[in-house]
Design a protein around this ligand. Sequence first.
Ligand code: PLP
Length: 386
Amino acid sequence: MDALPLIPVARPTLGEEEAAAARRVILSGWVVQGPEVAAFEEEFAARVGAPAAAACSSGTAALHLALLALGVGPGDEVITVSHSFIATANAVRYVGATPVFVDVELHTGNLNPELLSAALSPRTRAILAVHQLGMPCDLPRILAFAREHGLPVIEDAACALGSEVAVDGGGFQPVGRPHGLLATFSFHPRKVITTGDGGMVTGPPELIGRIRRLRTHAMSLSTAERHRAAGVVFEEYPEVGWNYRLTDIQAAVGREQLKRLPEMLAARRRLAARYLEALKGHPWLLLPREPAYGRSNWQSFWIILAPECPLSQRQVMEGLKARGVDSRRGVMCAHREGAYRDLPLRFPLPVSEYLQDRAIILPLFPEMTEAEQARVLEALKEVLAG
Ligand SMILES: *Cc1c(COP(=O)(O)O)cnc(C)c1O
């Protein structure tokens, strides 16, 4: 029916620069974690204004390392959301702790800070707050609550590189600065910059140093340090660690991606503003809303079918696909998956479930053209008109 190619939901921006960077590292003869990873960490920390950063193999590994570095373990509870990619909750279980799920706010899809005090228990060890799809969560209130109760906050910023938050009456500052204690990022191709797979943790130097050891079997000396040493040195393994390293090939690609970041963010914000303008006031749609305390990087743009909309999520998505437009359902809920069947829910999660069932992610990527966006809007209006 439609000769035009399917418009994808997301597409990474990769080009000659990334290819040349990978080639340069391959031909250098040093491909494992080394100088490129160190440079990528430094440039990433500078970009978000963090004192230090540690690269690792994925956003999931970043979450796991952050929880390990804070000493979260068996018997502990971590307050977080079910409404997230399953990696968020899984990382809590990797360390043997229990995720305590609280519901989210409708227009941001993020942890509702009103619900924190009911979730608090003597076992609470940390709050793991997600900036879902790049939309900042209510850090001002989450941090105030955490401070009052002496709890560390980890930010799952997998999607939120370039998003900004204002806390303590200050101006907007990039997510990943010390707002919470640690922030974690992902470089999966669906996120804002990509290294294939990859991740980063930002935070204070002592914790980042510990994370650097844990990511490589808790080895007392890095491979590069051993390589550089003048004499013969033997490494030690004082505790159990992991192999969560990023490679130098990936880091070199990541450094090129970081250079593109300002331009990619500008394109994302321009596209999101156009969607919001074109769709505002539609009686069947609820739209995401940037809160007063934050600016999104628009890693994704989503619509929410209002209760009045007689069409199901699937009907709308099928209608879009028939018109050459791909889409994705709203963010999943971990508590509805088999992997979480054994975890009793403490609270009902009606907004999380509503968003999973009624939100739809529309195409948005930096290289999307105005003509492509017009096609998406046209298709959506046709589908909603029945
Ligand atoms: C993608 C994502 C992760 C996991 O990142 P990977 O790099 O795929 O391991 C974790 N949390 C959230 C919110 C994500 O979107």
